[in-house]
Write a protein that binds this ligand. Structure first.
Ligand code: HEM
Length: 396
């Protein structure tokens, strides 16, 4: 006797403009449909529940990154072998180069400088009284931090935000946004061009992370091509994600003055508040994995070669894990949030991103009694990163 198991299907383009503008009802629907849902538009499975997302991220042997994590399988293959798009043993030495540099000790050394840069920028904006929290705060701050600590030459600075945006768009499905991104990354005058011509070993500052990455080739730890991609990944991954985390932080505190009050009264809530922002507006909404062996996942048969869309942002709003997930509350324990991923690919810049987020929130808490919106916030649509393009605020 044969039985037919009906597989839940969600026939929607998750990367259409209207869906990117408000993805949450779609994630809710996907969670309701089942733990493993087939997405015909993308020809891949979607995983949306907290426990499943966590388990998939922790099992690189079954759910591999070696074919890339882009939604478009072909685009993913172009990155194969790089830090993000590899499994052990290829992943291990590349990751070690970053881990050896971003130790808790080294991060502690950076903390005072990052706090001082944040305080200086926030003081100047508060003095203005009215500013755009995206273009004047959330964008320039991570850009300065990355250029300073990576030690990149200043020449590329004016293009880096556009390159970072393109780097994430390129990792979505094959749509207009990813097609428009490719020339900015790989075309003449693009990011790759700039790195190979203007960010060579002799152009980067002596004590920055870029020099450290180049020197890891001389130390025999990684090859030239891996070093180049590590630099590309580090520069871009560290910008758009943090920009959007900071933008959403201001947005949520402007919408919830009572939560801002709680933070001001008790600044020890800052680390948890940053986690709560990342939970409720997860910068990297979802990335892919490729299945390595035939098996059943939550009762659904999936085969070697199948692709999974791992929805970090849905996991962070899963009602089976979080109490009232739609509610922004800096007092809930938000530390299990999955915005930085889990397992061997867990964000290599997590410690740095937290230093940046905490520094900005501390500086704002010390100087701002209340935010109010001074204009309509504008979304900025990107295939992978959920963010704002403009957020005019007034502070008192
Ligand atoms: C709030 C800010 C950030 C968020 C939400 C974030 C999120 C993530 C996530 C979800 C991953 C895992 C991808 C996967 O499992 O396939 C990741 C990996 C990575 N992130 Fe971040 N990130 C942030 C900031 C940064 C910063 C500041 C840097 C560096 C300056 C950085 C560098 C990287 C790198 C190099 C990887 C690849 C790690 C690997 O594959 O082993 N990120 N990030």
């Amino acid at each position: 006797m044969s039985t037919t198991v009906l597989v839940p299907v969600y026939d929607v383009d998750l990367y259409a403009d209207d869906v990117l503008a408000d993805p949450y009802p779609h994630y809710t629907r996907i969670r309701e449909l089942g733990r493993v849902v087939w997405m015909p538009v993308h020809e891949m499975w979607a995983i949306s529940r907290y426990e499943d997302v966590k388990a998939v991220l922790q099992d690189w042997k079954t759910y591999s990154s070696a074919q890339g994590v882009s939604v478009d399988a072909e685009a993913g293959k172009n990155m194969a072998g790089t830090l993000l798009a590899s499994d052990p043993p290829v992943h291990t030495p590349q990751r070690k180069v970053l881990n050896d540099r971003l130790t808790p000790f080294n991060l502690r050394e950076l903390e005072a400088s990052i706090d001082a840069w944040a305080d200086e920028l926030v003081a100047q904006l508060v003095e203005q009284g009215r500013f755009d929290a995206v273009t004047e705060l959330a964008k320039p701050f991570p850009l300065s931090v990355i250029f300073n600590i990576v030690g990149l030459p200043q020449g590329g600075r004016e293009h880096m935000l556009a390159w970072a945006d393109a780097a994430f768009n390129a990792q979505g499905p094959a749509n207009e946004r990813s097609a428009a991104a490719l020339p900015k990354l790989l075309g003449p005058g693009g990011l790759h061009d700039w790195i190979v011509t203007h960010a060579k070993r002799q152009h980067v500052s002596e004590d920055g992370i870029a020099a450290w990455i180049y020197d890891s080739v001389n130390r025999g730890e990684i090859d030239d091509n891996q070093a180049l991609w590590l630099l590309l990944a580090f520069a871009t991954a560290g910008i758009d994600t943090t920009v959007n985390a900071l933008s959403w932080a201001v947005y949520y505190f402007a919408q919830h003055p009572e939560q801002w009050q709680l933070l001001r009264e008790d600044p020890s809530l800052v680390p948890n508040a940053f986690n709560e922002v990342l939970r409720i507006e997860t910068p990297i909404q979802g990335w892919a994995r490729t299945v390595t062996t035939d098996h059943a996942l939550a009762g659904v048969r999936i085969r070697a070669g199948d692709r999974l869309l791992v929805l970090f942002a849905s996991a962070n709003r899963d009602e089976l894990f979080w109490d009232q997930p739609e509610c922004f509350d800096v007092r809930r324990n938000a530390s299990p949030q999955l915005a930085f991923g889990r397992g061997i690919h867990v964000c290599a810049g997590m410690g740095l991103a937290k230093l940046e987020g905490h520094a900005i929130l501390k500086a704002l808490a010390a100087r701002v009694g209340r935010f109010s919106l001074a204009g309509e916030p504008q979304l900025h649509l990107n295939n992978v990163v959920r963010g704002l393009g403009s957020l005019p605020v007034e502070v008192r």
